[in-house]
Design a protein around this ligand. Sequence first.
Ligand code: C2E
Ligand code: CA
Ligand code: CA
Length: 509
Amino acid sequence: MINKIKNILRYRQWFLATAATVGIFVFGTGIIIAQSIQSYDSTILKRLNTVIFIIEGKLDAADEIIHQLKPLIDSSCSTIHQKLIDKLVEYSEFQTLNIIKNSIVTCSTNPRMIQTAYVSPDRPNYKLSILESYILTPGKVIGAIKEVNNGNGVLITINGKVFYSILGNLDDKTDYQIQSPGMWFDKNGVIHKKPQKSNLIVSSEKYNFSVSSNASMTDYIDNITTNYTVIILFFAIISLVIGRYVFLNAQKNSSLFIMKESLADNEFIPYAQPVINSNGELSGLEILIRWNNKHLGLVYPDVFIPLAEASGLIIPMTTQLMEDTFHQLASVEDKIPSGFHIGFNISAQHFDQVNQSSLITSCEKYINSSLNAKAHVVLELTERQGIDNYSEVRSVFDTLHKMGIKMAIDDFGTGHSTLSYIKNLNFDFIKIDKSFIDLIGSDAIAAPLVDNIIDLAKRLDLAIVAEGVETQEQLDYLRTHDVDYIQGYFYGRPMPLNEFITRYLNKTA
Ligand code: C2E
Ligand code: CA
Ligand code: CA
């Protein structure tokens, strides 16, 4: 049964922890990946803009020369030819300088250009044309920049390398291309006539060309692994830490969730164990809580009380248990023997300022019921739980004592604070813990320890209850040592309260 609850909770615990770890990691790395793609794109865009800027600078220089040469159009070629040659030497990046008249090259730094049409007839009349050369360097990229009015003007051709060599200076992972209408070429000057794949593109605003990049998925992944590994590792660690936190909390929360539901469903029920006096007569009972869960079966308090205490659920749980007990006993009120004691285990936190009123209210209800005439309520406070503020607890004790409620120190002798408990608080009963009773008859060394504990209890002059009495030998020993009350399997195990009522109270009638 306990294994069953553990399995359910463990499954839930692993599920929640894994979901939290994976969820946070995926979310975190998702943001990092989006961020890295964005920053990678913006780096590429910067590079594309730089390429545009550099090429535009060169074209501007060509344009400037065109303006310088324009006034010479009408001069004869022989007078201006040397001037053209000089300019070309000055600007070595340009391939040829040409004068055009009536749409034909009439004067050029390169004789092969003479008499050619200044521009391919199937192209529109752009200021800049980038095209495949067919005269000077057939099959290679060439740029042509011109200013021609009414068939007369200046034309400068530029070696394609001037454009594509810049691409080679960018990073060598990404593919970059330059586009002009109907033509694409890469950093090696390889020409494509069909549109090439690109994901980022920047166009010159002054001239008729664009620069584009085609970053592949591997480029992005490379960028992430080189620049973001540390932060992704950091996220992995954070996810694991959070996952562990969830793991540790999940069990607590899921069992708490189940317990809250169970409380609403009245699954926490009173079991009762008889307490017998020195004459062998029934003198009372101790209420021991059980959790009767539809899935888990009967669960013992050792399993859930610590959690109920840690979560504060112990307060409504105890209130419900007390009310349930009073209700059941009220139905057999007239059969309860006189001087009967009804013991409840109360957690120390029930004496805290915020919780004490609930305890006092429960006791008041009892005091005002007719059951009060037949029995005493005994509240058992274990000395295993520490008490921070004795004066606070003492004042609650006083209030309860005035109402006629009795107090018992539970698990006597097992805590570290036996002495401060008995010094600070006013008890009516002492319950000697089972661990001491177990020593009776065990061996010679242990015996004085039992005697000492009984002795100490006696010197306090309080009524003594021995817990966990299982054998005749223990019983005889306790009787000869004048222990007043006996509780243990020897007389009876804890049983459902209604069964206790049938067995003990209906019988005594
Ligand atoms: P406790 O107050 O010391 O209760 C005595 C425990 O010893 C009970 O265990 C009882 O079943 C067991 N016992 C009694 N006689 C014998 C015996 O002869 N032999 C053996 N082996 N055991 C015996 P149980 O019912 O499992 O309760 C365990 C503890 O849970 C209790 O110890 C008490 O500290 C706590 N507890 C039980 N009910 C409540 C409750 O309503 N509220 C709070 N706060 N604690 C509770
Ligand atoms: Ca007890
Ligand atoms: Ca005990």
